[in-house]
Ligand binder design. Sequence first.
Ligand code: TXA
Ligand code: MG
Length: 335
Amino acid sequence: MSQFLSNCSADALATAAQALKDGSLVAFPTETVYGLGVDATNAEAVARIYEVKGRPSDHPLIVHIADLKYLDQWISDIPEYAIALSREFWPGPMTLILRRSELAGDFITGGQSTVGIRVPDNSVALGLLEAFHKLGGAGIAAPSANRFGQVSPTTAQAVSEEIGEYLSEIDLIIDGGQCEIGLESTIIDCTAELPRILRPGAITIAMIEEATGIKVSNSLNCQSVDFERESIRVSGSLDNHYAPKAKVFLDQRPLVGSGFIALESIATPEGVIRLAAPISVEEFARVLFSALREGDHLKIAAIYIAQPAGDGIAIAIRDRLLRASGMRKVKEENN
Ligand code: TXA
Ligand code: MG
C-alpha cells in the first residue's frame, strides 16, 4: 500500500521528487486528470507503471516537464507551428507528439520514433516537476492514474480506489484536490506538415487555428480520425476506454432506477438518481468522471447521459461519452 501525501508544501514535494529519483511511483494532480508519475529515464521504474496500470507495454507514455527549456533534450525536431502551440498553451492541457531524441527510450515511446510531451498547468504538478529537475531529473512520465481502460481519476481518492492496491510502500499518492478541467489533455500530432488532433481536449480546434494561423479542416476533426488505420497508438482512442462498470446510454430519457447526468437545465424524471447537474459544459467536463464513479459506488446498473451540444470542450466530452457507452465498436486490439 502506498503513502498518502496531503501536504503539498515545497518540502513535501521535494521529498516526493527524491522518491521519484529513487525509482518510486508518485501519483500527482494535474489540471486535467491525476497522473501516475515515474522518472522518465528509469526503465525499471517505468516497467512498474505498466504493471500497476495493467497496460500493454507498447502504449507510449507522456513525458511531463516544468518548462519549455526542458523540451530540447527530449526531441530531435520541432516544426514552427508546434513552437507556436507550445508558447501559447504551455503550461496547459495540451500534449505535443514530436520526433524523439535518444533520451526518449523505447520504454517510454512504445518503440515509436516520436515522444509525447506536456507542461501541466497545476501548481502541485509544477512544484513536483521543478523539484525533480532540481535533482537533475529530465522529465516525469505519467499516464492517467487508472487501470487500463477505466475512467481517469480526478481526485486522489479515485486514484487510491483505482490503483492503491497495486502500489507498494515506496510509492506515493499526492492529494492536490479535484482536477480543474477533468478531461485528459488534447493530443496533437506535430510530426507532419500540418497539426493533427489525436485526442480532443480543452485546447480546441479553434484555439489551435488561432495560435498557428493554420486552418484545421473538418476532416482533421478528431472525431473523424480513423484510428484503425493509424500507425500511431493512442490508447485513449480504443473504443471501450473510459468505461465505468454501469452500462452507459447516451439518451436523455432515463428509466426509473437508473442514474442521470445532464446539464442543470434538464429536469430529473421521477425515480431517477441524478449523478450530476452541471451548469456549464466546463463544469460538465470537470464532474463527468467523478459522476460515473459515483454511479459505480451506488451500484447503479445503467447511467443515462444527455450529451452537451456545441463546439469547444463539448467535442471532447462527446468523444469520451461515445467510448464510455461502447457505442464505438470494440476493436480486436482492445480485447
Ligand atoms: O491529460 C493528460 O494527458 C494526462 C495527464 C496525467 O497528463 N495523461 C494521460 O496519459 O492522459 P495517458 O497515458 O493515459 O494517455 C496518453 C495518451 C495515450 O493514449 C498514449 O497512447 C498517447 O497519449 N501517446 C503518448 N505518447 C504518444 C506518442 N509518442 N505517439 C502517439 N500517442 C502517444
Ligand atoms: Mg489514460
